[in-house]
Design a protein around this ligand. Structure first.
Ligand code: BGC
Length: 435
């Protein structure tokens, strides 16, 4: 834990410096979001949210007094769009947006839009964001190296049926930080532990060499998108990575990339459990008394992703000796009726090890940020399916934070309320104000 903590800290320092950023895994991109919300923001804003399991269009009404309401629509992103030509993906986004605007009868209204695009982007301003690499199973041709704001704008123009002004592009971690800061002014860190994993924090502009100096004059702070999912790509985590981690990486579409993310996020945790379980079956240390053990092992071995991260949450929620969820899941996944108590305990233990390790790694990162920030009290805003739905993830994180956060600091963790929607509206609102 201490070793990862130290390596993580030096990686962030590298990411912030012009001379070393190229070698850093954690790119620490300035987001150009420099104003945190006051809670008084008002107005209607559109938001787009791309980067998790679904794509969403939202209409956010900021009401002042730290209050907001959100009306949203979820659209699926078909698998072929995730790996097809980028133009098709952006046409799909523009089509969903146009439908949403028509449905809400807003064709003639002027609505600023905040685009939550949750992939690593190099920003040169609030509205220009160059995708540096795809993550989380996306791989659309013609987008890496391009400004996603321009691609969205062009897709909207191709349709020519809506008039939308994209005023800001942000990462979901920034949205999370903004949405929590809207409620609690002490929020300085935003974290996502969902399909992917990442964090951002508020840094003093003097420490951010890669930011255009013109932006440093008025405001002394800026949100930094760390992109910590990439941590470990220079081997820093090799001493803790297991054969299962290596297998996950080898069969992923982004080999050797996002190694920290592959140990911490929802896209991979369930799969890690499946791999451990296959090995345990092969070594005859689980479901020993079952005559069909070979059959179970085959089913598990041949069905990649059959064990989902949500199953871990359900299993860790189970109580001794009923194990109602565990028994239902093993029956559903490989047809085993009435699993023995001992086997349920073992499966639960595997799930716990994988989740606890993820929580520990996330906490190492968060503690490093809190210790870096000069404020004595720091609130951390967190969101994402793993954090939200896993019954013990919050406890795992806190346990490690209590060990690593400096004793003169005070911290709290708060669950974010729809960071990608409300946060996007807040970025759009502060952008309009600045303008
Ligand atoms: C992306 C980040 C994002 C995180 C959480 C990662 O794969 O690179 O930009 O914040 O997922 O959605």
């Amino acid at each position: 834990m201490q070793e990862v903590y130290t390596r993580f800290g030096s990686e962030i320092a590298k990411g912030l410096k012009r001379s070393t950023q190229a070698q850093a895994n954690t790119k620490c991109w300035p987001t150009y979001v420099q104003d945190l919300p006051t809670g008084d923001e008002m107005g209607k804003y559109l938001a787009l949210d791309l980067g998790g399991t679904n794509f969403r269009v939202l209409l956010v009404t900021l009401k002042g007094h730290h209050d907001a309401s959100v009306d949203s629509q979820i659209y699926a992103v078909p698998k072929d769009l995730m790996v097809g030509p980028g133009v098709d993906l952006f046409d799909h986004i523009a089509e969903c947006l146009a439908k949403f605007v028509a449905k809400h009868d807003m064709r003639n209204a002027y609505l600023p839009l905040g685009f939550t695009f949750s992939f690593p982007c190099e920003q040169v301003g609030l509205k220009e964001a160059m995708l540096t690499r795809w993550t989380k199973g996306f791989d659309c041709a013609g987008v890496e190296g391009e400004d996603v704001g321009r691609l969205l704008h062009e897709a909207i123009q191709r349709r020519d049926d809506v008039e939308i002004d994209v005023v800001g592009i942000l990462n979901d971690t920034t949205g999370t930080l903004m949405s929590c800061a809207h409620r609690n002014p002490d929020c300085r860190v935003g974290v996502i532990v969902g399909t992917g994993c990442n964090a951002c924090y508020v840094e003093h502009v003097d420490n951010v060499e890669l930011m255009d100096p013109a932006y440093k004059r008025k405001q002394k702070q800026v949100i930094i998108n760390i992109e910590w999912g990439a941590f470990g790509e220079s081997g820093q985590l090799d001493f803790v990575r297991t054969e299962h981690d290596r297998k996950i990486d080898e069969k992923s579409i982004n080999r050797s990339e996002q190694l920290f993310e592959k140990m911490t996020s929802g896209m991979y945790l369930g799969e890690l459990v499946r791999l451990v379980l296959v090995q345990a079956l092969e070594q005859n240390v689980i479901f020993k008394l079952s005559s069909k053990r070979q059959e179970y092992a085959d089913i598990l071995r041949n069905n990649v992703d059959i064990f989902e991260t949500k199953h871990m949450s359900e299993i860790e929620d189970d109580t001794f000796p009923e194990f109602a969820n565990t028994r239902r899941i093993v029956k559903q996944l490989f047809g085993l009726e009435k699993a023995a108590v001992e086997d349920c305990q073992k499966l639960k233990y595997i799930c716990e090890c994988v989740a606890r390790r993820a929580g520990t790694l996330v906490a190492i990162g968060v503690s490093g940020l809190i210790n870096r920030i000069s404020d004595r009290r720091v609130v951390v805003g967190i969101d994402g399916s793993v954090y939200r739905y896993h019954p013990k993830f919050d406890a795992y994180i806190r346990e490690t934070m209590h060990k690593l956060v400096k004793s003169d600091k005070e911290f709290d963790i708060m669950l974010s309320e729809d960071g990608s929607g409300r946060g996007a509206a807040l970025v759009a609102a502060v952008a309009s104000k600045t303008k």
